[in-house]
Unconditional design. Structure first.
Length: 277
């Protein structure tokens, strides 16, 4: 009984603390280590959410950053300084954070950790590999994270899917993948044309349809759960994103909820806790 309780406590878990243009922050943790991916949610808000979940922000040990847009990094300097946390990303992303006026508190140089795409590195209990994700930021990476024999992948702010990225979808047991917009909603909406062009461009954001097709054509029997992330508030709806993905999967003979779970991450509120087994 004691052994079972210990295993339960140390189980790998996942929470999203926000996923969208208002702020992005994802959290992977065990009973003895914790990793934050992106820090685009304010410190006060995070403290409130952590308290509600009965966990401590002080238990965070590492921060990974995908790219330098404000909705992913506005609190990274404050968190890194306040909790003495190392921040991992590419040199271009770190340079972009330093230039970003939305990041009021900068990362202390002693906390900067530079990473190379395609080279696995160890962060506490987590084995991490960064890979390129096309987007109109200084640089952008997705992450493959291995822990406890589980492979977790995250790809957000995706202009288009590369062959390398599709390969990581095939490796994933658990996957966070962007489903930003419905093309028809975007085209009919009030955004100026230049912004529509940017979103639909090769370095913009991934549509529901493209997300669905990528899952249908590249998911393997390894996949257990997919979370759709970074939904547009103006050009998408959670049920529309879910329905688009589920219908496309079904057309390929894949049944959501049976072959693997599909959920939508909330934009401004936490989603989870999910136990990754």
């Amino acid at each position: 009984m004691v052994l079972l309780r210990k295993i339960k406590t140390n189980m790998l878990k996942f929470i999203s603390f926000g996923s969208g243009s208002s702020g992005n922050c994802y959290y992977l943790y065990t009973g003895s280590d914790a990793l934050m991916i992106d820090a685009g949610v304010g410190v006060r808000t995070l403290k409130k959410h952590f308290y509600a979940y009965g966990i401590s922000l002080q238990e965070t040990r590492h921060i990974l950053v995908t790219h330098d847009h404000a909705d992913h990094v506005k609190a990274v300097g404050a968190l890194s300084t306040g909790l003495a946390l190392p921040v991992y990303s590419t040199r271009k992303v770190h340079d972009g954070i330093e230039r970003n006026y939305c990041v009021k508190k900068k990362i202390n140089p002693s906390r900067v950790r530079l990473i190379e795409k395609g080279q696995e590195f160890q962060v506490g209990e987590f084995q991490v590999t960064a890979f390129s994700v096309p987007h109109d930021s200084s640089d952008n990476v997705g992450y493959k994270i291995r822990c406890q024999g589980i492979t977790f992948c995250l790809m957000t702010d995706v202009g288009h899917l590369t062959e390398e990225m599709l390969g990581y979808i095939g490796e994933a047991n658990y996957l966070v993948l962007e489903a930003n917009h419905d093309v028809e909603m975007l085209l009919r909406g009030t955004y100026p044309q230049y912004l529509k062009d940017r979103i639909m461009g090769q370095f913009g954001h991934l549509s529901n349809a493209d997300c669905a097709k990528a899952l249908a054509e590249n998911a393997t029997g390894n996949l257990r759960h997919v979370w759709l992330c970074h939904l547009s508030e103006e050009n998408n709806h959670p049920e529309l994103a879910r329905k688009t993905v589920e219908q496309t999967l079904r057309s390929y003979g894949i049944v959501a909820g049976k072959d693997f779970q599909v959920d939508v991450l909330r934009r401004k509120m936490p989603t989870g806790v999910f136990e990754l087994t």
